[in-house]
Design a protein around this ligand. Structure first.
Ligand code: PRP
Ligand code: URA
Length: 209
C-alpha cells in the first residue's frame, strides 16, 4: 500500500489557507502555489539517497554527503500542474521536465488525454508527478498509468489539496505510488469540486474565467 504523507509544516498550512481565500488574485495565487510546491518538494525529497564525497574546504579536507541514485524528473499534469514546476525546480534544478495534458470532462468527470511529452530517459528517473488538485483521482491515476505504460517505475505524486475520494482511487489504482498532500479536505461536491477546496486551480493560476 502506498504511503500517504499529509504535510504538517506550519508554513505549508499557512500558505494553503492563504490561497483558499476567494479574494486572492491571479498574481498572488500563482506565486504562493509555487512557494508551496517548493516547500513540499523539500518534504518529499527527505529520503533521497546520499553518498560520501571527499571535498576540500578552505580549511581542510572532509567527507561530506551528496545526492546519489536515480536522477529526477518533474511531470506536471496540464494545465494546473504547471504552476508547481518552478517551485520544484528551485530545489531540484537538474531535474528534467515532462508534460502530460489531461482535462476533466465537466459532464462525466472522466480524464481526456491530449498531450504527452516525456524526457527520453524518463524510465530511468525518479518521477514526481505534480498537480495542485486530487479530486476524483481520475486525472492523476490516468497520468500515472501513462507513465507506467512508457516504462516508468519510480513515481511519486504531489498535490496541494486532496479529497478522500481521490486518495482512495489512487491507492487502489497505484498502490506503489507514494503521495505527498498539502492538505486533506473533506469531500467532493456534486460537480466533483473539492470541499472546502480553493475552486478551479487552473483558472486561478492562469486567470481564465
Ligand atoms: C483539474 C486539476 C486536476 C483535475 C483533478 O484539472 O488540475 O488535473 O482537475 O480532478 P480529478 O481528480 O477529478 O481528475 P482540469 O481538468 O480542470 O484541467 P486544467 O488544469 O486544464 O484546468
Ligand atoms: N479541479 C480543480 O481545479 N478544483 C477542484 O476542486 C476539483 C478539480
Amino acid at each position: 500500500m502506498s504511503e500517504v504523507h499529509v504535510m504538517d509544516h506550519p508554513l505549508i498550512q499557512h500558505k494553503i489557507s492563504y490561497i483558499r481565500r476567494e479574494d486572492v488574485g491571479t498574481k498572488e495565487f500563482r506565486e504562493v502555489i509555487s512557494e508551496i510546491a517548493s516547500l513540499m518538494c523539500y518534504e518529499a525529497t527527505r529520503d533521497l539517497k546520499l553518498q560520501d564525497v571527499t571535498i576540500k574546504t578552505p580549511i581542510c579536507e572532509m567527507v561530506g554527503k551528496e545526492l546519489t541514485g536515480k536522477k529526477l524528473a518533474v511531470v506536471p499534469i496540464l494545465r494546473a500542474g504547471l504552476g508547481m514546476v518552478d517551485g520544484m525546480l528551485s530545489l531540484i534544478p537538474a531535474a528534467k521536465v515532462g508534460h502530460i495534458g489531461l482535462y476533466r470532462d465537466p459532464e462525466t468527470l472522466e480524464p481526456v488525454e491530449y498531450y504527452c511529452k516525456l524526457p527520453a530517459d524518463c524510465s530511468e528517473r525518479e518521477v514526481f508527478v505534480v498537480d495542485p488538485m486530487l479530486a476524483t483521482g481520475g486525472s492523476s491515476a490516468a497520468a500515472i498509468q501513462m507513465l507506467k505504460d512508457k516504462g516508468v517505475k519510480h513515481i511519486r505524486f504531489m498535490c496541494i489539496l486532496a479529497a478522500p475520494e481521490g486518495v482512495k482511487k489512487m491507492q487502489e489504482a497505484h498502490p506503489d505510488v507514494d503521495m505527498y498532500i498539502g492538505a486533506l479536505d473533506d469531500h467532493l461536491n456534486d460537480h466533483g469540486y473539492i470541499v472546502p477546496g480553493l475552486g478551479d486551480a487552473g483558472d486561478r493560476i492562469f486567470g481564465t474565467k
